[in-house]
Design a protein around this ligand. Structure first.
Ligand code: PMP
Length: 401
């Protein structure tokens, strides 16, 4: 029989699924996949339930229900001072995942180059490649995750159509600074390129830091497609409601892709998200404060056990170096080992790189109830207690992994 799509056939099961299956098998605490273990706000849930029963269950407008488009425009104004036309500059999508695909589809022709920053979220590369785009990868390296400016500049050229920028960033938790964004803006202008801005963690920023959308920088309003996710902003990751904010021409391009991929997103969930986006500032501040406390709980716990924890400024994730524990194997073996023997699951950070990459980091999600995080820390502490014996066991386990 004829071969199927080569790009997709070559892609294995994602590491997130592999680790979640393993976590289930071993009844392990799953700090692998990034989803909260509590429900989103009660009023948003109630609004969705009510919206199911009031007779608006047919196809909504393609770019989203007016309530949500208006709410997205209002949030842009409230949080970033961006003036956005809800009728022509907002597109509601089925999650940020679809928004990313629609933006890329709307911009990329085969042969166009797309600058991507590693470590990267798992859908970026396959989608760029399926569209015939040529990825130009630039790497941030742990533990500082500094932007290598010369390398980034060298990745841009006459064929560059766009950069895909994720801030706050998964898995590094890096929040790009105004200075770094200014540098990127300069490159976009010099090379007449666009930016697809994955800002799903826009409200999950800690320690008084501020998320800055690239779109707010001078000259960037016309070049950026900014993506948000109700899944992250309201701790409802299963809902898959996302939104693109972009100048009319770019929003139209993304809408044409959306039309062919999805056409519309469930209207009831959209209306509930509209209510959510209009919540008081205190909701958004509370969300960040709650997650910051959870970050501290897990980060302090891992540090006490002996992990070298990289400072975490945003998102759901901590990256930790496990070498100080005496582990000589790689990250995949380590994550399997702690799942099977300590009862805690993490994701190997090499999963976010293509090719050779640092192999001594694990990503832990901290968007879990405090008692779950405390239990995870206790399990790891118990497992790694008595360093001498533990490191001997680890070394032999690593050898056989
Ligand atoms: N981008 C990043 C960086 C993410 O971490 C995620 C979710 N894990 C998404 C996009 C996808 O968001 P959604 O669930 O809204 O599709």
């Amino acid at each position: 029989m004829k071969t199927l799509n080569t790009q997709l056939s070559a892609t294995g099961t994602t590491i997130f699924t592999v680790m979640s299956v393993l976590a289930n098998q071993h009844r392990s605490i799953n700090l692998g996949q990034g989803f909260p273990d509590t429900d989103g706000p009660a009023d948003v849930l109630q609004a969705a339930a009510d919206a199911l029963r009031d007779g608006r269950n047919q196809y909504p407008p393609m770019t989203g229900v007016p309530e949500l488009r208006q709410a997205v425009a209002a949030a842009n104004r409230r949080f970033y001072g961006l003036e956005v036309d809800p009728d022509t500059e907002v597109v509601v999508t089925s999650g940020a995942t679809e928004a990313l695909a629609s933006c890329l589809m709307g911009l990329i022709d085969p042969g166009d180059e797309v600058v991507l920053i590693e470590p990267l979220y798992d859908t970026y590369l396959p989608v760029v490649r399926m569209l015939g785009g040529i990825p130009r990868l630039v790497r941030l390296m742990p533990p500082k995750w500094e932007l290598p400016r010369a390398e980034l500049a060298a990745a841009f050229g006459p064929k560059t159509k766009a950069i895909l920028l994720n801030t706050p960033m998964n898995p590094t938790s890096k929040v790009f600074t105004a200075d770094e964004l200014g540098f990127i803006a300069g490159l976009l202008q010099r090379h007449d390129a666009y930016a697809i801005c994955d800002e799903v963690y826009e409200h999950l920023v800690f320690d008084g830091l501020k998320h800055i959308p690239l779109m707010t920088l001078p000259g960037m309003r016309e070049r950026c497609l900014r993506i948000g996710s109700a899944g992250k902003t309201f701790s409802l990751t299963g809902w898959k409601v996302g939104y693109i904010t972009a100048p009319r021409a770019l929003a139209t391009a993304a809408t044409k892709a959306h039309q062919n991929l999805i056409f519309t997103t469930p209207p009831n969930l959209q209306r509930a998200v509209a209510l959510g986006l209009a919540k008081d500032d205190s909701y958004f501040a509370g969300l960040a404060a709650d997650l910051q406390a959870k970050r501290d709980l897990l980060s302090d716990g891992l540090s006490r056990i002996g992990f070298s924890v990289i400072p975490t400024h945003g998102s759901y994730f901590i990256t930790a170096d496990f070498r100080p524990l005496g582990w000589n194997g790689d990250d995949v073996a380590f994550c399997r080992h702690i799942t099977e023997h300590a009862g805690v699951t993490a994701i190997p950070v090499t999963a976010f790189f293509e090719g050779e990459a640092p192999r001594h980091f694990a990503r832990f999600a901290f968007c879990k109830r405090p008692e779950v995080l405390a239990e995870a820390v206790e399990r790891l502490a118990r497992h790694f207690a008595g360093q001498g014996a533990a490191s001997k066991a680890l070394t032999s386990a690593a050898g056989s992994a």
